[in-house]
Each structure stands twice: as structure tokens, then as C-alpha cells.
Design a protein around this ligand. Sequence first.
Ligand SMILES: [Zn+2]
Ligand SMILES: [Zn+2]
Length: 721
Amino acid sequence: MNRVRCLVFNSALGPLDYRVPEGMVVEPGSVVLAPLGPRQIIGVVWEAERLPGAEVPANKLRPILSVLPVPPLPAPLRRLIEWTADYYLAPLASVARMALSSTGALRGGSTVTEYRLTDKQAERLTPQRAKAIEALHSQQATIRELAELAGVSDAVLRGMVNAGLLEPVLVDSDRPYPPADPAFFGPDLSDDQTVVAAKFVASVHAHEFQPYLLDGVTGSGKTETYFEGVAAALEDGRQVLVLLPEIALTETFLKRFGARFGVTPVTWHSSLKSSERRRAWRAVAMGSAQVIVGARSALFLPFANLGLIIVDEAHEVSFKQDDGVRYNARDVAVMRARFESVPVILASATPALESLQMAESGRYERVILPSRFGGATMPDIHVVDLRVEQPERGHWIAPPLVKALKDRLEKGEQSLLFLNRRGYAPLTLCRTCGYRFQCPNCSAWLVEHRLSRRLACHHCGHEVPTPDACPECHEPDCLVACGPGVERIADEVAAILPEARVALVTSDTLTSPAKAAEFVEMASAKAIDVIVGTQLVTKGYHFPELTLVGVIDADMGLEGGDLRAAERTYQQVAQVAGRAGRGEKPGEVLIQTRHPEAPVIEALASGDRDAFYAAETEARRDAGAPPFGRWAAIIVSSEDEAEARDAARGIGGSAPNLADVMILGPAPAPLSLLRGRYRYRLLINARRSTELQRVIREWLDQLRFPPGVRVAVDIDPYSFV
Ligand SMILES: [Zn+2]
Ligand SMILES: [Zn+2]
């Protein structure tokens, strides 16, 4: 065969055929460089019978230029790419691009020159050089990366190389990672854990597809049990993928992994340096990276020899990607395990209703860890009715919670206050003229961040310094903060307990893995009395001295555009409640609410998880919502409002008339302006049995839109903003 079909990295183009020059060897999955007009483009050789293509006569075919020096994408990964594109209605090329996520890696093995500080002492340093020396202590990276780390120009660092302050080090880009030792530190498991771990071990050795729902309360030791599955894969010489919902959680996980296996695993997330990315990608593709811990994008790495997939905190909404290819990493992970014929473990203390349903129907095997490890008991949970127990005016912590905080401080125990809102206040307005600060690009208020003295949009990143006077009436000192954010709660704690040491934990303060590690260390060393945090603190942490958890506003999650609001509230509050009393001392949880009678709050208060899931299941069944029915969203956007509206109406007007498909909208999206684009939405609700993707594809394929209009489809959407 001297002609091949290639998937090329241009989502506007379909697959293209090329000629294979004499002497060149390609196979399905080969990554190649091919001509496209006057340019060169990266492509992947694909099975021609699986991709529709135009029949170009052989004498018109252009030759492939070269095969890139990486292993061909394995067949299970090619099937996963096809499945993802088909299920989420995404261009095949956009999905394939996620698998080739390091351009450096495609250039093959090489060496790279990195630099590090020498011992040489300079007599006089320019401020720039002093700044670099301060920042680059114990760092080694390329000039470009060091410049970024130090916040100085490349030229400053080149000057320092010439002055002998920095020295070059030649590094093999593909140097191997230290091997993990499955027997480094044998586990000490409870009887329950032993049973569960044995199941995972047997399943890994069997090399067969088997999805598990690992369901255990917080603190029950889920990680220890799946670590035995990891050990089994290591013994078999196979690779393991562990997906975590947040990079901030990675640090704690790496520590636990290191204690069990003697080394830290290879990490994969968006803030890796390009050299780290390239090294990790190649090690995954060559099969030498044994265990990869990463964010959702790690799911598409080209594993050579996968043996097990773990999705930890599998209920987390951050596994859902909401731009580009809109996929849910939890669900794609199960598909990947199927194509690879390996087990997959979805671990959670508060599983998604969809996952429980899969277990109910027998498609997933549910394994349960019923109790806390080491005899710790579940915390006592109490509801604080804010209509009765009112906080002081302009305050948010009600008297019972104030009392409990004081009590813990006296006893030398830790407390945690949870409010899922970053910044100081969600709305700032002028007392004199009523002016409200709004984002110019989005239909959203600007959130005040008092620590950094700015007003910021949490949707597009637009920021302005907080002004001293009102921009409308120019009155000075007239701006009022409305509502609480975590920064304001931290201030309130400082006022109530002036002697308490307060830590603020949000994505604004825990900006790097190092900062996260520092926080964990301080909290563990009892150098913190009160932690005030967003959802970042709801999971993964284990502080034995933490005995009080206060939920500032349990009703907040019930508002807004979350299609699974009650479930999300339940999960978030149950997760944060699970932080209390993980050591020997019992924990207490106070939940502040204005709706103590809401089923989700009642279920939380009584600790009756089954009752909550039963009620939620019925509500979903009645509404035809997942897992009993299906949802999809179509989002139409344009910088021109009329254009967006007309396009949305065009879609609505040509909607298929099917008995088992209900179409709501078009209507302006709750966030009707986002990043300068006007947005309209349609929500589609269909029966489980409907071929929803085919319906939407046929519906949209017959329509044409002006070039400024973007039409995005979200299958199984989570948020509806
Ligand atoms: Zn004003
Ligand atoms: Zn904005």
C-alpha cells in the first residue's frame, strides 16, 4: 500500500490522502509531517475504512514528508479519540490534538541545555541580578523558563551566564524517572480494606475491563485500597493513570504515594514547564513512566501499556471540561478502560447519581468501605437556622458558630469555615448614586478582592484597581461591599477572635503546589487555628486537630445555573463536613441555612445519605433528568447581539419535531454576555433511548451560519449559565 489516509490537525479540514514515498514505513497511528498547500501540517495515519475521505486519484497525491520519531498512537487510543469525537460532537482533529499535547515531544529524543546558579559570589549586583539570584535558588531550567520564574528578561540571565553566576548543564530530555517500588512500604489495612484491595489486585492481574465504584465515607481509606491495585499493575510491568480533580490536591497525594512506593509519580497538568511536559509525554509513550497523576487532560496521553485507571473524587464537577472539546473525564475514563481492557476505579465519598445508577444496573461493581479508618467516628451535624439565629448586621457568622469557634480556640483545636466564594464581596455599589460595578465583557458583577486591591470578573478575568471614588458621581469613600466572600469571613473571624491565627485558602492564595504544601505543613503543625476556604478545602486534606467545620451559607449552591444543584450542595457540604474529627477527637459541623426544611439540608443534618439519594432519584425520574433522561445544550454566541439572536432563532425554528425530544429555548443564556460575546441557549431533554447525538448532528448540519457566529454543543451539560 503506498497511499494512506491521514487525520490532519486542522478541524476545518476532513481527512486527507497522501502518498507514502518509497522506503518510508508507516502504519495506523504513525504521526507524520505532511504538505498542505505551501505549508506543513502534522497528521496521524488512520485506518482508511474508518474515516470518510475524498477519492483523490493516485497521481494527484502529495507525498508524506516524514514520520515523526514517536511511537504510533496505539489502537485503543485511536478508538477512544473516535468515540469521544462522536459522542461529544467534536471535530476528530480537536480530540486527536489532545493526545499530541506536547509539540516538543514529537521532535524525538535530544539533549537540552539548562542553567543553574553557581557558588560564585558577585561583588556588586544590579537589582535585576539580585532579584534573579533570590528567585532561582535551587532551580534548574532553560533560560526562557528561568526568566519567567525570576521575572527578569532573558538578557539579564545571559549576562549572568557570561559573568559566571549561572552555569550550563547538559540534560538528556528523556532521562528516565526513578522506578516505583511496589513493596517499598507494605500497607496496614483494616479487614474491610483488605477485602476491597484483593478485588482490585485480582482485577488488575486479569487484564480485563471492569469498572468499579469505590464508595466510602471520607476518611475510610479509599486511597490505601486502590494503591494495592497500583502495586499489582507495577508488578505486572504495566502503567497506571490516576486522575485528580484539582492540581491543588496533587501535593498531598504525591506525599502519600511517595510514602507507599518510595518515589513521587510523574505529574501531568497545565502548569508543567514545556521541558517537563515533553519528558513526561515521551516516557508515557515509551512505557517507561509507570504512574501518571494528572488533571483531566492526562486522559488522552498515549500510554504504551496501561494496566489500571483511577478517577479519585470522581463526583467532582471539574472533570467536566466546559470549553473546546466539552467532555466529562470521568465518563471518558471508563471508555478508555474499556478500549484498553483494564479495570477502572471511580472513588468517591459522595458518588454522582449517574454512577450509583450504573452500579444499580450492574454495569459498575460497587465496592463499599463502610466506616472510618482507625476508629475515628463521623462528626455530629447541626443546622443553624439563620432566620432565628441572626448574625449581627453586616456579619455572616451566627451566634452558635461564634460560640463554637471560641470554644475550639480555648481548647487549642482547629476550625474550618467554608464559603464557596472567592474574594471579599460579590458586589460593590455606590452609596450615593447606586452605581454598581459590572464587567464590561460579561453580564456579571465585579468581585472585590481586597487583598490584591482590585475588582475582578470571575468569568473572563477582567480586572481594575479598586477606585477611591465612584466612577459615576465622583463621590469619594462611598463604595459599599455587598455580601460575603471568604476574605470578608476571614476579617470577621479576626474581629471575633483577635488572637486566632487565620489562614485563607482559595485559588488566589494557594497559587502553586509549593504554597499548597506550605499550608498543609502549617495546618498539620497546629500553626493555624482557623482555616477559611472555598471548595479547595473540602477534600483531600487530613488534619487530626480539626474538630469544627462551619458552613457559612449552605443555600448558595441551590441558586444559579447548576443543573444538579441539590446533589452538588449535598456533595460539597458532606465533603467539607468530612474534614471534621478525622483524628481521635470527635468532630462537630454547623450548617448555616435559611431553608432548614429543604430535603438536601434535612438529609445532611440527619446524616441520611440514602434518604437524600432516594429523594433526588425520584425528582430526577419525574423530570426526565439524567440518569433517567438525557440533556444536551446548544450555545450560540456572537460579538453582535442581533446576529447571535437570529442564529439561535434559526436553530430553534428548524428544530426536529420528535415525540421523545423536548426543546427549550432559544433564550438568552443566564450569562447573556461572556468575554464580549452575546449568548443564547437551547436545552434539549430527551429519553434515555434517543440517539441524541444523531438528532443534533442532522439538525445542525443542514444549517449555515455567518462567520462571526459560534455554535457549540454540550452533551450531558453540568452548568447552565
Ligand atoms: Zn456614585
Ligand atoms: Zn467578565
